[in-house]
Design a protein around this ligand. Structure first.
Ligand code: HEM
Length: 553
């Protein structure tokens, strides 16, 4: 009987409503504790959202989930357009950001890292204490240094591998059936299947780049980092060390599993490089593979970084690079597909004509010269980054000076303040872009194609440099999709080649059914959740468009 009575009491109190209520109280209390322990935000600067203060602080954290985009737009129109700074309130999972107007961007970018630090901003935002296996990984991001130093200058050697990988992975996924359509979600089923393999071809080479166990654990790691942001937001800060060490087991496990496969490869590479350098005659004909592992070892050897030559350390470095590359590239690529295939069919036809022409002219292979002449594709990708910008702000910096720093406008920013630039608003500003609400794929290539069509003599009369600066990889204070300044994304040259090759291959070899309208993404907090969509692909019957035969496309 007693048991029955207990069960009665339990079922009376353990209702969905009471559980939900307890959850709300728990989250609210934690949010309050976290708010008290957060760095001091500037008080002399206007806030958007519900403003400052206790109650408003809690309201901001929850409302920011659905209203951050509205708030940053309000701040942009009210303050940024008049050269003024404002604060975008914290939202669950992300701290407040002090939004710097475009006019003050040179000031923001000119400061050395010990005054305004990108590394420390990323460390805080990504919970570097726990989420990257060891705090050292982001405290000393040597992998970023290696990528800055090597990726762009080695692209010519990487392109043949990419060409092989892109064709192989896309064809494996979409097949060769010319009679039936294959339906896929462009992000989940297409980009997220292909991009990890291509990225890892550059990082670790083949065959590991296609190993399903390795890729599943690598993707598992990237998801651990994303989950950690939410977890820390709903946990009181005094519990972070405990929760951090527990939640940090998942990235450690994913690291361990990937390293079991990458460490033998790294050890072998270290051995081969050592043999080659010591003049072993058997290694006379041995060519170093062009991948991150080689670049890392070569850079660490040249710089005397013994600590970075440990195989386990090299294996660790590959994880944050996967994190920086995969979702960013996959989301960008799927937006490009949706933007192009919800435009009038002439857009895809024009891109296909360019891809076939360039491909055939370069002997039916992709090389640096061929890819640099895909002006329309370059423009369509850049325009998609603008039109479908997937996050509100980029260019994050943390104030590192203990006494704080004062902006040109006279605003004092305390130690620990996170600064950023309002990318989403810059991208849709009608003073910076004509008809910003329209996806105009050839916005940046029309002028470039006209210029390239001029005679050598005519070209000397124009400002060619300015025209060329509208390219995808050229960052400026209107094109912040890859950041700007010395910490701008060092992977952007790789991305530009990778995506042009992939879209070129798709257009040449596959038909894609146009969409009647652009599927709309949703926003959660400061980030876009890409639209769920279905694209239909079918292998084309005739592949080669040979200009002098002029066969139909
Ligand atoms: C479309 C794909 C990509 C986009 C949109 C993108 C975007 C960005 C942005 C906006 C930043 C600067 C962040 C800030 O200023 O706060 C950045 C930094 C970085 N990206 Fe990318 N990225 C992409 C792909 C890649 C790839 C493929 C790699 C590596 C292979 C990479 C490696 C990095 C690294 C190492 C940094 C840090 C640079 C530094 O702090 O000095 N990214 N990326």
């Amino acid at each position: 009987m007693a048991v029955r009575a207990d069960e009665g009491i339990l079922s009376q109190y353990l209702t969905w409503t009471s559980l939900l209520g307890a959850l709300v109280i728990y989250v609210t209390l934690n949010v309050i504790v976290n708010t008290i322990s957060a760095p001091k935000y500037p008080t002399s600067v206007p806030w958007v959202g519900h403003g400052k203060g206790w109650i408003n602080g809690v309201r901001n954290l929850f409302d920011g989930f659905t209203r951050s985009r509205e708030w940053i737009t309000e701040g942009y129109n009210k303050y940024s357009r008049h050269g003024k700074t404002f604060v975008l309130p914290p939202v669950l999972g992300a701290s407040a950001q002090t939004i710097i107007p475009r006019e003050q961007m040179p000031w923001l970018l000119d400061h050395p890292d010990h005054v305004l630090s990108t590394k420390d901003a990323h460390y805080d935002m990504l919970h570097g204490d726990y989420a990257f296996v060891t705090p050292r990984c982001l405290q000393d991001p040597y992998h970023e240094h290696v990528i800055h130093k090597n990726l762009a200058r080695n692209l010519i050697s990487v392109i043949p591998d990419l060409d092989d990988e892109v064709g192989r992975d896309v064809d494996e996924l979409l097949g060769f059936d010319t009679g039936n359509w294959v339906s896929l979600d462009p992000l989940a089923d297409f980009m997220m299947k292909v991009i990890p393999k291509i990225t890892n071809r550059m990082l670790v080479g083949e065959p590991l780049c296609r190993n399903t166990d390795y890729l599943a654990n690598m993707l598992g790691f990237t998801m651990d980092v994303i989950r950690a942001s939410l977890l820390f937001a709903v946990t009181p800060s005094f519990l972070h060390p405990i929760v951090g060490h527990i939640s940090g087991l998942a990235p450690k496990l994913h690291y361990w599993r990937t390293s079991r496969m990458s460490i033998p490869l790294i050890k072998q590479r270290l051995y081969d490089i050592q043999q080659k350098d010591s003049g072993n005659p058997e290694y006379k004909g041995w060519k170093e593979p062009h991948d991150y592992i080689t670049w890392h070892i070569r850079t660490a050897l040249a710089e005397g970084r013994e600590d970075e030559l440990k195989p386990s350390r090299v294996a660790l470095r590959i994880l944050p690079l996967n994190f920086a590359s995969i979702h960013t590239t996959a989301i960008t690529g799927s937006s490009v597909l949706l933007d192009i295939f919800s435009s009038p069919p002439e857009v895809a036809a024009s891109l296909r004509e360019e891809a076939l022409r360039v491909y055939n002219e370069s002997g039916r292979k992709w090389d640096k010269h061929a890819l640099s002449r895909m002006y329309r594709m370059d423009s369509a990708i850049r325009e998609s980054q603008r039109f479908s910008a997937f996050t509100l702000s980029f260019i994050h910096r943390k104030v590192m000076v203990k006494e704080g720093i004062t902006t040109p406008e006279g605003v004092h920013l305390a130690y620990g303040t996170i600064l950023s630039a309002p990318w989403w608003n810059v991208a849709s500003d009608d003073e910076l872009h004509k008809n910003p609400e329209v996806y105009d794929p050839f916005r940046f290539s029309r002028e470039r194609e006209r210029f390239e069509g001029l005679s050598a003599e005519e070209k000397t009369k124009e400002d060619g440099l300015k025209i060329k600066q509208t390219g995808l990889v050229t960052t400026n204070d209107r094109h912040l999709a890859f950041g700007h300044g010395r910490h701008a994304c060092p992977g952007r040259f790789f991305v530009a080649h990778e995506l042009k090759m992939m879209f070129g291959h798709l257009l040449i070899n596959y038909d894609i059914k146009p969409l009647t309208e652009r599927p709309q993404p949703t926003w959660i907090g400061r980030n876009q959740m890409p639209a769920k969509a279905v694209l239909e692909f079918k292998r084309r019957e005739s592949l080669a468009w040979i200009p002098h035969l002029g066969n139909k496309i």
